[in-house]
Write a protein that binds this ligand. Sequence first.
Ligand SMILES: Cc1cc2nc3c(=O)[nH]c(=O)nc-3n(C[C@H](O)[C@H](O)[C@H](O)COP(=O)(O)OP(=O)(O)OC[C@H]3O[C@@H](n4cnc5c(N)ncnc54)[C@H](O)[C@@H]3O)c2cc1C
Length: 474
Amino acid sequence: MNAPDTFSHLQPDVSLRPVPPALLAALQARFGVQYSAAPAVREQHGRDEGSLQAPPPAAVVFAHSTQDVQDAVQLASQYAVPVIPYGAGSSLEGHLLAVQGGISLDVSRMNQVLRMDAEDLTVTVQPGITRKALNDAIKDTGLFFPIDPGADASIGGMTATRASGTNAVRYGTMRENVLALEVVTASGAVIRTGTRAKKSSAGYDLTRLLVGSEGTLGVITEVTVRLYPLPEAVSAAICSFPSIEAAVRTTIQTIQLGVPIARCELLDANSVRMVNVHSKLNLREEPLLLMEFHGSPASVKEQAETVQEMVSEFGGTAFEWASTPEERTRLWTARHNAYFAAVQSRPGCQVITTDACVPISRLADCLLDSVTEADASGIPYFLVGHVGDGNFHFGYLLDPTLPQERVAAEQLNHQLVARALALGGTCTGEHGVGIHKMGFLLDEAGEGAVAMMRAIKQALDPQNILNPGKIFAA
Ligand SMILES: Cc1cc2nc3c(=O)[nH]c(=O)nc-3n(C[C@H](O)[C@H](O)[C@H](O)COP(=O)(O)OP(=O)(O)OC[C@H]3O[C@@H](n4cnc5c(N)ncnc54)[C@H](O)[C@@H]3O)c2cc1C
């Protein structure tokens, strides 16, 4: 394991490249009120929801169109200055930090639905639309877009981080759901990848290359994604367990039996306590699984009965239903707010979030030892997981005035990732590498694969201007 690399990112390497005043003047002249060098705007764009810090970008450009993105990138390219695409700012691994200086290119105002193809179950959107706004915009079509990271992230940002969420166990991640892209390259050219067709064998799969590229290979200006019919019947269940192990073993068996469960989320007792306070709920303060079943009324009933049997087998004590849409929304909103509930439980804390994901048969091995280690550390933490996917997050709640807590949390994360990799898993199931997981990427992918990634980056962005210093040191 690359422990020294990992711990060196307690704070990122900052190596600022010059931003010539002539570039800033040219951007201001071209973009007018869409340009800002105000300190508060720069500060807001120079950080994400993670705990790493760096000086802010020199300026922010708010793009309204693909042409705006092209012009901004072309000007930056002329001066070899970094450009950091910005969506909703909810990433967690230092993705947005201007570690080599440069400008932030905010695409959140590019937030329109461009083309709805209900009959093909696809929609094409601008990158700044958020997942909730997209679902609002299409709510009368009987279709929905299922991918739901806890934050109301932008579709462009979700594409760039290969995001997923609570529904991925049934509907997949951004990898499976992005069909086509429009992208502005590092030289300012506009290219298209993929089509609206369900499949294609036409050459290199550039769409897959760009999904998860974290703003380092191009600025995404259009995204075509798959949609799904709203299920005929939906029902959600809350099951409490005597131990995390019982909840995890129920999950493993559910997946191994092929139950097409739509959501299967673990909350440990700490999370439940925090969520109860934050969302004014009365959930039993024990490890629990929140589950959701989608399908015809008969199939939902059948799925629920099968799972209920397993819950009983593993000592689950309650199988309560949330069947009205209002109850379900309340429950899932509380789940999505678990991170904020945890932050509120230790005022002023910083959070380090882990993101390991392992093959489902190894989930108990990976997760339970990590719980033992987290308990022994004495650091306040919460544990939530998209466990149906083998993906789970510890959130260590750190007192920023106690640097030893930070070191201990990084050590826990390191042990957890080592365990996940040894079990055939990954250091990041959905958050991406950013800065924080660069050392782990080397451990996971190996030097040869990282060298290939670097070669792709160099070929597509020879001046290294697109979000430099992310995924691998450069
Ligand atoms: C409370 C909370 C819960 C979360 N839960 C989940 C979860 O369940 N699942 C999950 O996957 N993630 C989760 N996340 C992480 C985060 O929401 C995702 O990583 C999300 O996909 C980031 O989208 P964004 O629009 O905020 O992107 P940003 O944070 O703005 O950017 C993220 C990265 O994408 C790049 N980027 C943004 N837009 C573009 C573009 N148009 N073109 C090219 N590159 C671009 C940026 O340069 C950056 O590298 C959570 C975060 C929080 C705070």
